[in-house]
Ligand binder design. Structure first.
Ligand SMILES: [Zn+2]
Length: 413
């Protein structure tokens, strides 16, 4: 049995279940949908604000809608320890991705208050705006604004219904022209720490509740467009074809090869051929490539391999090509000092120390531009996330929150 003596496991679970009601589909089988700045997401933020107030934190919402609850330390000039995650979800997501990080942090500081723990540094719990990017196609809006790297053109993006980010901001009673007011200075922060569900199966296979993240892989997203000739499948001999789909097929296999040889990951997740008839040679192919690595140099080599593969296969088959970089986020390493603090907390709690890299992107990637960053991973059942079946047990949620409690005290004392 896992020892969780400082935080209140039942209370944490209750808040997770309460938040999971907001944006839940009526019979629960379609999961939870709280897209950025939607009514549901704003309601979730109100829930978080209410909870923070109950706990006695100093609560404010910044210029981009990040919710910030502060537990004041004894030295008002000392930089804050920041802890957070997000409460927006993907379409038909689960109740733990993001939510555990925010509610676990609130539970941790609540337990500190109850135990009359004295801290020198303030602790700021943050629920970031739009981590997922599901509504407008780009994420990390809240953390990017805080790090001063949010670009103004983000406000021109539109959702499926043609509503722009600017309009969504105004509807949420936020002023899009004031987004720069959310910027924070590195000297205001001592550290950023995030607890998150693993979204993979590593901890489950090791039979562990919690783990320490060492590095975060940064994704590069490419969109490849290939143009050949859509000729008749019967009347065109094999040596006279310009079949765009065959270039795609060759590149797909090369993506797997380069990912394996560089020890990264590579995925072709979306593909389309046109015109798409049983008796027509695909004249056009469009597909995406997602490449990730914890080392940006290695990742660059993978990107280069994909470009070479597209160029080579296209030349051989008489196809014209373009590649557009849709997204590029630098990988980040967790701060060795924070990894050490987490390790000490694990040892004190008698949890086995497991260290693992993180495959998905998080606000922590962006926050690492501002301050020392660390992450705690909590076991995901069957590695499933972004899905109604996403699940993390009550005991595992408590174990991660216990680590957070111990580590925050060490960072803020
Ligand atoms: Zn998340």
């Amino acid at each position: 049995m896992i020892k969780t003596s400082n935080i209140n496991e039942q209370r944490l679970w209750q808040t997770l279940m309460e938040l999971a009601e907001i944006g839940a589909s009526p019979n629960r089988d379609q999961g939870i949908t709280r897209l950025s700045l939607s009514e549901e997401e704003l309601e979730a933020k109100q829930y978080v604000i209410q909870l923070m107030k109950e706990v006695g934190l100093e609560v404010r919402m910044d210029a981009v809608g990040n919710v910030i609850g502060k537990l004041n330390g004894t030295d008002p000039l000392a930089p804050s320890v920041i802890v957070g995650s997000h409460t927006d979800t993907v379409n038909h997501g689960g109740g733990f991705d993001g939510a555990l990080g925010v509610l676990g942090a609130i539970e941790a500081v609540r337990s500190m208050k109850e135990a009359n723990v004295t801290l020198t540094h303030s602790i700021e719990v943050i629920s970031f705006t739009d981590e997922e990017g599901s509504r407008f196609g780009t994420g990390y809006i809240g953390s990017k604004a805080m790090a001063g790297v949010l670009k103004e053109d983000a406000f021109e993006l539109t959702d499926q219904n043609g509503i722009s980010y600017r309009e969504a901001f105004i509807k949420a009673k936020l002023d899009p022209t004031k987004y720069k007011e959310a910027v924070r200075k590195p000297e205001e922060m001592k550290a950023y720490i995030e607890m998150h569900i693993e979204q993979g199966k590593v901890l489950e296979e090791m039979d562990l509740s919690v783990g320490i993240v060492t590095d975060i892989q940064g994704p590069v997203w490419l969109e490849v467009q290939l143009e050949g000739s859509a000729d008749h499948a019967g009347a065109t001999p094999m040596n006279m074809r310009k079949d765009a789909s065959l270039v795609m097929a060759e590149v797909m296999l090369d993506v797997e090869k380069t990912a394996i040889s560089h020890q990264g990951v590579g995925t072709v997740g979306s593909l389309k051929v046109e015109p798409g008839g049983v008796n027509i040679i695909p004249g056009k192919a469009v597909f995406t490539v997602d490449l990730r690595h914890v080392d940006s140099h290695e990742r660059q080599l993978m990107v280069k391999d994909v470009y070479l593969s597209v160029a080579k296969a296209s030349e051989k088959r008489g196809i014209t090509w373009t590649i557009e970089v849709k997204k590029e986020v630098d990988p980040a390493s967790c701060s060795p000092e924070i990894v050490k603090i987490l390790e000490e907390s694990f040892q004190e709690l008698q949890f086995p120390v497991a260290k693992l890299p993180c495959g998905a992107g998080h606000d922590s990637l962006i926050m690492s531009k501002l301050t020392n960053m660390g992450m705690i991973f909590v076991r995901s059942k069957d590695g499933i996330s972004h899905n109604p079946k996403e699940w993390t047990s009550k005991g595992d949620c408590a174990a991660g929150t216990e680590v957070l409690f111990q580590s925050l005290i060490k960072l803020a004392k």
